[in-house]
Design a protein. Sequence first.
Length: 302
Amino acid sequence: MDLTRILCPVDFSETSAQAVEQAIALAGWSHARITALHVCNPAYMPVPGVPPPAERVPAAEIQRAHDETAKCFSAATAAGVAVDVIVDVGQPVRHILSRAIYSSADLIVMGTHGASGFEHLVLGSVTEKILRRAPCAVLTVPPRAHATSKLPFARVLCAVDFSDPSLAALRLAQSLACDAQAALTVLHVIEWPWDEPPAPDFTQLPREQAAALAEYRRYVETTATGRLQTLLPEPVQQRCVARARVSHGTAHVEILRVAAEEQADLIVIGVHGRNAIDMMLFGSTTNQVVRRATCPVLTLRK
């Protein structure tokens, strides 16, 4: 994974402090430069003839935010990591996205509020919007109280549904795993019209139906396993320990279960582009994984 510039937005919370640690560690590992960004977001209603917020925030407050942001990244100096400190005024999402483009960021590192806080954020939260619109990969980091991972990443889990976004995420996961010499598990979850696990009790079905269903299940699982194997070429398997795995059930539940079972340090997943109606549902597999993961989640939008 070629990292030269990391964008790390901070809001001075414990949540963003954990993201800062991850950003510094990644930058030190990859020799990248960090853009540390704080966005002052004063609440206001546009009034004709009244200057916009950027012109009404006192210079002293902006300087204080600048100093506080620099303080958050003081450990970077000791680690030999270069940091550019920027303070913007306005809507956080707009400025984070524009700074990602302006700085040619390869990665945005942001904190989440874990299983409780993040789940109860209102629809359209900053993190959710960044995940859907970021021009580069996004690493979401759970708070310290929920964290179960460590750097450098030793165990990477990549969820694949064979869509273009998930295949792009797999290429990113392969590159990262090879660079870090980490173990890579490529997971495909088969979702059935009924709840699983467990699998249906074939003894409760007519013999012909049970036989047909069992054969279909074997076919679907064999096909999925074969497709996963083709996505793990020999050069990748020579550079890292990579294996394919197929599971049955609800996608986000199985991804999180396998991540916990394998003690994954990182989950990699593709983000599907959604229209406004889809985004109103706020229930995609990606969002569910990011909400509940106890390790960082690396997402890539295509």
